[in-house]
Design a protein around this ligand. Structure first.
Ligand code: BG6
Length: 486
């Protein structure tokens, strides 16, 4: 595995939305904190006919827009922009890549390449890189999703990549793995003795994973309408979260061990197919409604035509292995839900026998809440006695044991997920990137669900924007006596 730091970062799609909103601000954050190798150059490329000066102006504007003013020190902004150069290339034409090789010069053997472009360009880009000698033994390639639309197309992309870049140098991005709380899940599970002994079917009743968004299409109509919630969010981010919750303890925190354990979970997911989709899945599409009191249009109106794409999905999944026998994993995600909130909610089993029942006390099972967004939060809900003399019986109440992440680490700036991932790419650590076998296991499970929907003619049910999806999503858990955590 190459572990030498890259000397140049080659950024494809450098004029795109992701580059503006996330990648340039992340690179600036790393630069300002002195974390980028001093000599690292950033070679930006896209189709637009810009030169170094005009691209630097564009990058400067993006940084000003997306970085808080108090972090914008003019000399740091300038020294960051000085790292940037720009080479216009039509990535669909491999003959144009010579200009990139020229710009990379002697650094072409120590490149980190980031493809933030449409997947339709991946194959041509990879050929262009190989043809121009930009795929040497120390060159790493990072790819943004979507990596295909199903197992077959994902294999095609993976094969095209593998023809030039071996797996150890292929860094598939799932930006959820760059989120601090997602990594904290590993710290919580494997840095403490407290949870692991009961982290199984003996101790846990069920798991819920929710990624709720208030946004709608956000100008990505054609991508999103071809994708839908299950492919946009479940296939990648949510299955990665599930794998981290459910995996066995890896022997080491390194790329091979962590990913070996995740892929075992992904391969143990019980298939949901045409015989089980109707009981284990619910899809929805938002109609008109209101978010934060402001009216928002229906999905079909935003799109300007009718569509059968799901903007909401709820699933009941099972991991068929010894540890998780009989434990449901409820997953839901959607656009235009009432609030932006991503969380993992773990409900433990009830106490086997309540000694307080005869004194009128009602017990609630313990719960662990790991919130990723909008702010990090980890809390354990426990029963405690309400103060008093208990003349009318004992009263117990659920109280949070709060990790107080915001206060405990108040002095530490929370970074954009991409800061971590870009730095790992530059330094060559693939632990937080997704391996081919994981992506393919994820697609295999998702394809089963989608084929089940197609075979049984499932179409999304309407829900009003600003609500928690169609009522069938509530029934999905209520049937098991479980309520969604809200
Ligand atoms: C992206 C999806 O992968 O993740 C978007 O394509 C979604 O549709 C986004 O909005 C959510 O990311 P985050 O970090 O805001 O939760």
């Amino acid at each position: 595995m190459p572990t030498t730091a890259a000397r140049a970062l080659l950024l494809f799609g450098a004029t795109g939305d992701l580059a503006h909103r996330m990648l340039l601000p992340s690179l600036f954050g790393l630069h300002a904190d002195g974390l980028l190798p001093a000599e690292l150059r950033i070679i930006a490329t896209a189709r637009s006919a810009l030169d170094d000066g005009s691209y630097r102006a564009e990058a400067g504007a993006a940084i000003e827009r997306f970085i808080d003013a108090d972090r914008l020190k003019p000399e740091q902004v300038q020294s960051f922009l000085d790292r940037l150069s720009y080479v216009p290339v039509d990535a669909s034409d491999p003959d144009q890549f010579g200009a990139l090789a020229e710009a990379a010069g002697p650094d072409k053997d120590a490149l980190a390449i980031f493809l933030s472009t449409a997947p339709s360009l991946f194959s041509a880009t990879i050929s262009g890189l190989a043809q121009a000698g930009l795929a040497g033994n120390n060159v790493r390639l990072a790819l943004e999703k979507p990596l295909g639309t199903d197992l077959e197309s994902s294999r095609e992309i993976n094969d095209a990549v593998a023809a030039v870049f071996p797996e150890q140098r292929t860094f598939r991005i799932d930006h959820y793995l760059g989120k601090e709380t997602v990594q904290n899940l590993l710290a919580l599970r494997f840095g403490n003795t407290l949870f692991e002994p009961m982290w199984d079917a003996g101790g846990i009743d069920h798991v819920q994973i929710t990624v709720a968004e208030t946004v709608g299409l956000e100008g990505r109509a054609s991508y999103y309408d071809d994708s839908g919630a299950v492919r946009d969010m479940v296939q990648n981010h949510m299955l990665q979260l599930l794998a981290l919750v459910a995996m066995e303890p890896p022997a080491q925190f390194n790329a091979a061990e962590v990913r070996d354990e995740k892929v075992k979970v992904l391969r143990s997911l019980r298939p949901i197919d045409q015989s089980t989709v109707s009981t284990n899945s619910v899809t929805g599409q938002y109609g008109a409604g209101a978010i934060d009191g402001a009216p928002v249009p229906a999905y079909a109106d935003e799109l300007e035509h009718a569509s059968t794409t799901e903007t909401f999905v709820a699933l009941k999944a099972h991991v068929d292995n010894w540890r998780w026998k009989g434990v449901p994993f409820y997953i839901r995600t959607g656009k235009r839900l009432p609030t932006r909130r991503s969380e993992i909610f773990i409900q433990f089993k009830e106490v086997p026998h309540s000694i307080f029942a005869s004194r009128g006390a009602v017990l609630a099972p313990n719960k662990l809440l790991i919130r990723l967004q909008p702010e990090e939060d980890i809390r354990l809900l426990m029963m405690a006695k309400q103060p008093g003399l208990d003349r009318d019986g004992i009263r117990l109440r659920e109280v949070p044991l709060d990790l107080g992440m915001a206060n405990a680490f108040a002095d530490v700036r929370r970074r954009i997920a991409y800061e971590r991932l870009i730095l790992d790419l530059i330094e060559g650590d693939p632990t937080l990137f997704v391996r081919r076998d994981e992506v393919e296991a994820q697609w295999e499970w998702i394809d089963g669900i989608r084929n089940g929907w197609a075979a049984t003619g499932v179409t999304p049910k309407q829900y009003a924007a600003g609500t928690w999806g169609p009522s069938a999503a509530i029934a999905l858990t209520e049937r098991d006596g479980v309520s969604w955590h809200e």
